[in-house]
Design a protein around this ligand. Structure first.
Ligand code: SF4
Length: 368
């Protein structure tokens, strides 16, 4: 179908040093010198070259190299992939270029190479600074590895994001707050905080009855305390799981929540294609979503509530043409405390984010 230009590019490297006990992402343990990694990266380079020649990378404004653990594949593979990107995407037009990294494989020389090849943001998977908790969830790095990796990252990158988790087995509210305080003290401008989710098929899920998991109330307290500490340090919450200093919000991640079309390359990466009447998401050649204009509007209203900025009055008014029940639904969500409104528009409340499934489900169901 004729479609709007892709503005985001996501590249998936599904390789890790080992499998974390909570992970259900498409990622498997491989040695960095495994021939499959060479073949996979060469395939990606071929795709990038072809797509560039077809003119599909002309409007790319954000790049995100994720995984898996991109830094696990090492300088040789990551360097050749990033070199191809520098040749076939006009990096002078790219506003944000993120590479995900894990502490055990982020080295000083790799940081320098990534910087030289055009990346301007690193996202470091720290999860916790408590070695006991890291071990319990199957992370192979230690707190000191994370500190060393961050120090290396900060030799080149100002824009470093730390990923933390809360609600880990055996974690206390105080322990979670200590992790957040440590992240703040390290001076990073962006922190993402994800509650542990027990996904079927993972080691932690299988052991779930034996785990000493924090209660839902404790988990809510952890999020609330994290929010307080981060906001107090000037990292404002701009999305349900993300805090940033002004100017450091992730443009790539925001594009997922703002209906910006993106291309996904690599195994299990999703491509979102759209025009005014239709939005499709395709993964591994299979269509996962095929939305008409009303369903797109309902999805956009739902995605807007992931962000603190919420839904503007103007956008809500436009959506009402396709979703006549929207104004009433927004008011009823306000009455139950999941939304609030001001002059700019509608915004999620803290309670709305805590009860995200309810809030998001109510908006999505406006266009079945
Ligand atoms: S490092 Fe990330 S992608 Fe790899 S196994 Fe752990 S959680 Fe999954």
């Amino acid at each position: 179908m004729p479609h709007d230009a892709y503005q985001g590019l996501y590249i998936h490297l599904p390789f890790c040093a080992s499998k974390c006990h909570y992970c259900d992402f498409d990622s498997l343990p491989y040695m960095p010198d495994d021939p499959y990694i060479t073949e996979y990266v060469e395939g990606l380079i071929g795709d990038i070259r072809r797509l560039s020649k077809e003119g599909k990378l002309t409007d790319i404004r954000t790049i995100y190299v994720g995984g898996g653990t991109p830094t696990h594949v090492g300088t040789k593979h990551l360097g050749s992939l990033m070199y191809a990107l520098s040749l076939f995407v006009d990096l002078s037009q790219v506003e944000e270029y993120t590479v995900e990294a894990n502490p055990e494989s982020l080295t000083g020389p790799l940081v320098k190479d990534m910087w030289a090849l055009g990346a301007n943001r690193l996202s470091l998977g720290v999860q916790s600074f408590d070695d006991g908790l890291l071990k319990a969830i199957g992370r192979i790095h230690s707190a000191s590895d994370a500190l060393r990796a961050l120090e290396a990252a900060q030799t080149r990158f100002e824009n470093v994001s730390l990923d933390l988790m809360c609600g880990l087995p055996g974690q206390t509210v105080e322990g979670s707050a200590a992790d957040v305080s440590q992240a703040v003290s390290l001076g990073v401008p962006h922190v993402s905080l994800y509650p542990l989710s027990l996904e079927k098929g993972t080691k932690l899920y299988r052991r779930r009855r034996k785990l000493d998991l924090p209660t839902e109330d404790d988990q809510a307290d952890m999020m609330e305390e994290a929010h307080r500490l981060l906001e107090g340090a000037g990292l404002l919450r701009y999305e349900v799981a993300s805090h940033a200093r002004p100017g450091f919000q992730s443009k790539h991640n925001q594009s997922y929540w703002m209906g910006v079309p993106y291309l996904g390359l690599g195994r299990s990466a999703v491509t979102m294609t759209q025009n005014d009447e239709r939005r499709m998401r395709v993964r591994n050649g299979a269509v996962e979503d095929d939305l008409d204009a009303a369903q797109m509007a309902a999805e956009d209203a739902m995605l807007a509530m992931r962000m603190a900025a919420g839904l503007s009055r103007e956008r809500a008014r436009q959506m009402t043409e396709l979703l006549p029940e929207l104004p009433e639904r927004l008011r009823s969500l306000e009455q139950v405390g999941l939304l609030r409104q001001d002059e700019a528009g509608w915004h999620p409340t803290e309670r709305g984010w805590l009860l995200g499934n309810e809030l998001f489900g109510e908006l999505l169901s406006l266009a079945p």
